[in-house]
Design a protein around this ligand. Structure first.
Ligand code: BG6
Length: 472
């Protein structure tokens, strides 16, 4: 049997988000985003004002160190770099008419660096960083006017960068709004007080805005490729009991909805049933229906964990997950943060999405959050390194399954591992939950030099890319 291979031109790289690594939270006219009031991520309610314990304010200072960091990415041989644009750098409040030129100029500089190194950018338009003003004054995506603000923002980006950026994502992990309405939907109303009616109307507004951005991009340049981005979390029935299978299916459906609308241009029947059962009546205009038909060019997703589901809660124990959790799978091990590790689940997701939507796929997040120890090593650049064999094992196991999925016939454009340089965690806002190939000397208490050091996984990933996956 021959070993399957990755296709020629496969895009290898890494993925980041502005609010988790840029820092410079008030520099060059930037406005506040919701993240500037979320010093504990989604583990605590937002603060009323920015507080000094918020690690995102300085991040890892990518805003000033982007050239040095992109040079390190290039050294690994990247073909693609996923980053997000901070909406509040471009429109500090979100509802202005005129964009902030200094914010736009920053991303020109980032793109210059990418071009210098031959790295293709993959840009997320909105990654958990809604301008704070839009959250507080409009209650985020519950308000229909958000569609217009987003369209204006997206149009500015496509007109400014469309000739330099081929790959775009509209909303990061759009299905996360079901579970983290503030972080993913800019919805200021506390989750416990948010009505189903408002939540689903917000989802509808985001879906229309996403389709509208796709239409605008294609009008400006038909070669632009726009993708949706969803959290992939395969949900297995805990037992073969058909009732467990049904419950697992319902959870899958709640996530499929977002891909179904993005790929098919209309709401699926099972979703309409959910609305009916919850007494929700969506306001959907004729124009909305037309807009939704502007479907995406590809489907991207994050993958970290799988979960189980059961109709009988007494049978299972709830575990941890990315933004949302499920029943623990007794057959799997877990990370230090309780996220269960399931490389085969990635092959299952790839096959499932490819068969369901028939659109090219892009894995735009995957990785292991772990506590790393920086140790002295005379042979390493800078005299220090991290021996992160656990991270290498995690990534290697997942990429082997990706290779299997490609052999199964899945059309996959590329793979960007999450947090290729240590950055602030989205869920917990910790620095100690590290994902990178590059260690950043910054700690949960805000101390550290911000110096960068290559971990052992740096050379490993470089070799994977150089051999186009043959070294796995
Ligand atoms: C995804 C997000 O949920 O997972 C990222 O798109 C996030 O923003 C990543 O950082 C890993 O999650 P965490 O909570 O460990 O940072």
């Amino acid at each position: 049997m021959t070993t399957p291979t990755f296709p020629e031109g496969f895009l290898w790289g890494g993925a980041t988000a502005a609010n988790q690594f840029e820092g410079a939270y008030l520099t060059d006219g930037k406005g506040l985003s919701i993240q500037d009031l979320m010093p504990k991520g989604i583990t605590a309610p937002p603060t009323q004002e920015p507080t000094p314990d918020n690690l995102k304010h300085e991040g890892i200072d990518f805003y000033h160190r982007y050239a040095e960091d992109i040079a390190l990415f290039a050294e690994m041989g990247w073909g693609v770099f996923r980053f997000s644009i901070a909406w509040s750098r471009i429109f500090p409040n979100g509802d202005e008419e005129i964009p902030n030129e200094e914010g736009l100029a920053f991303y020109d500089r980032v793109l210059d660096e990418c071009e210098k190194h031959g790295i293709a950018p993959l840009v997320t338009i909105s990654h958990y960083e809604t301008p704070l003003h839009l959250a507080r004054e409009y209650d985020g995506w519950t308000d229909r006017r958000m569609i217009g603000f987003f369209e204006r923002y997206a149009r500015v980006l496509f007109e400014r960068y469309g000739h330099r950026v081929k790959y775009w994502l509209t909303f990061n992990e759009i299905n996360a709004v079901l579970h983290a309405p503030l972080m993913a939907g800019g919805i200021w109303t506390p989750k416990e007080e948010l009505s189903k009616q408002d939540l689903y109307q917000a989802i509808h507004h985001e879906l229309v805005a996403s389709a509208s951005a796709t239409r605008i991009a294609h009008e400006i340049d038909p070669d632009i490729m726009v993708g949706c981005m969803i959290i992939a979390m395969p949900t297995y029935p805990l037992t073969p009991d058909p009732q467990d299978v049904l419950v697992a299916r319902a959870i899958e459906h709640s996530n499929y909805t977002f891909g179904d609308v993005h790929c098919r241009g209309e709401y699926p029947g099972y979703f309409l049933r959910t609305l009916r059962e919850q007494g929700v009546e969506l306001e959907i205009t004729e124009e909305d229906r037309e807009t939704l038909t502007h479907t995406v060019d590809f489907v991207s997703f994050s993958y970290y964990v799988s979960i189980c589901a059961t109709a009988d809660p007494s049978k299972g124990e709830i575990g941890q997950g990315n933004i949302f959790a499920g029943v623990r799978n007794p057959t799997l091990k877990e990370s230090e943060w309780g996220w269960q590790i399931d490389p085969v689940g990635l092959r299952i997701v790839l096959n499932d999405y490819w068969e369901r939507w028939g659109k090219p796929l892009f894995i735009v997040e995957n990785g292991l959050g772990a506590k790393d120890e920086l140790v002295d090593d005379a042979g390493a650049d800078g005299g220090k390194t991290v021996h992160d064999d656990y991270r290498i094992a995690y990534l290697n196991d997942h990429l082997v399954q990706v290779r299997e999925a490609i052999a199964d016939g899945v059309n996959l454009l590329g793979y960007t591992s999450w947090g290729p340089i240590d950055l602030v965690s989205a869920s917990t806002a910790q620095m100690s939950k590290r994902y990178g190939f590059i260690y950043v000397d910054r700690h949960d208490d805000g101390s550290g030099t911000l110096d960068r050091y290559k971990k052992k996984s740096f050379a490993w990933y470089k070799n994977v890319i150089a051999t186009n996956g043959a070294s796995l």
